[in-house]
Design a protein around this ligand. Structure first.
Ligand code: NAD
Ligand code: ZN
Length: 241
């Protein structure tokens, strides 16, 4: 029986699928209706900021109206009841982890409900549209807000903290990520190298599935809550001895 002290949960678009959000490679996904080079690169933003703002303003409308599903809620349950440090590292830009009440969340690809001033680094949280003519209240410069989304060609966020978490964890869980997006697809290797148990939850076998100790195939909203129940049962059993 294993008692974990330090758990890292990595999530990707698949954890939000049961909340009604299309995954990246989904045919219905927004990404398939736009070219990545037009909306998700820093060059595209420099070329045509209005177009890029419109894209993320639209995406924000869709993302903020959805609700967390059983998998997001099971993370809260685990964080409340399991006596370990439990961190959530997400590639998702939606706010479903927050809505579900998760804590210690690291958005490595940014967050749809935020904009960052490229002049002074101030981050604002907003449900409203972000526009090129917006002023920054901090530095008073106009036209410098960018969606706080990591574009291709930019550095990921919080990577120092995430790296330290991976090196210190004894259980690494991956939920609904395809295993093809760098560098999140290398996190399992780091955790494994530092002797963590590794387990993956996905609908199907993923690109880096051979790096996990255990695979649970199925919908995360069904499989992950069961796993949380198992972990909570295990600590109860230890307490009863
Ligand atoms: P991906 O779309 O490449 O892969 C999603 C994975 O989830 C697939 O392996 C799929 O089999 C699995 N999956 C789908 N439904 C599932 C379910 N119900 N239960 C368990 N697994 C399920 O996503 P990715 O690996 O996260 O990479 C895509 C990139 O696109 C990320 O960088 C992310 O920032 C971005 N993105 C974000 C969102 C969001 O914020 N909700 C949505 C789409 C894309
Ligand atoms: Zn500013």
């Amino acid at each position: 029986m294993m008692r974990y002290n330090n758990i890292v949960i990595l999530t990707g678009a698949g954890i939000s699928a049961e909340s009604g959000l299309a995954t990246f490679r989904d045919e219905e996904g927004m990404w398939n209706k736009h070219r990545v080079e037009d909306v998700a690169t820093i060059q595209a933003f420099a070329r045509n900021p209005e177009y890029v703002h419109d894209f993320y303003n639209e995406m924000k409308k869709d993302l903020i109206k959805v609700e967390p599903n059983a998998a997001h809620l099971a993370i809260t349950e685990l964080q409340k009841n399991y006596p370990a440090k439990i961190s959530v590292v997400t590639q998702n830009v939606d706010t479903l982890h927050e809505k579900a009440g998760n804590e210690n969340i690291y958005h490595i690809h940014g967050q749809i409900n935020q904009a960052v001033c490229m002049n002074c680094g101030t981050i604002i949280k907003t449900r409203d549209d972000v526009k090129t003519e917006d002023d920054c209240q901090q530095c008073q410069v106009q036209g410098m807000f960018k969606p706080n989304i990591v574009f291709f060609g930019e550095n990921l966020l919080c990577m120092n903290e995430v790296d330290a978490l991976l090196r210190g964890c004894d259980l690494f869980v991956s939920i609904g990520t395809s295993g093809v997006v760098f560098p999140a697809n290398t996190f399992v290797r780091t955790a494994k190298y530092y002797n963590a148990d590794t387990i993956e939850f996905n609908l199907k076998s993923t690109a880096n599935n051979y790096e996990f100790d255990r695979h649970v195939i199925g919908k995360a909203g069904e499989t992950f809550p069961k796993f949380v129940d198992e972990l909570l049962e295990e600590i109860k059993a230890v307490a009863d001895i």
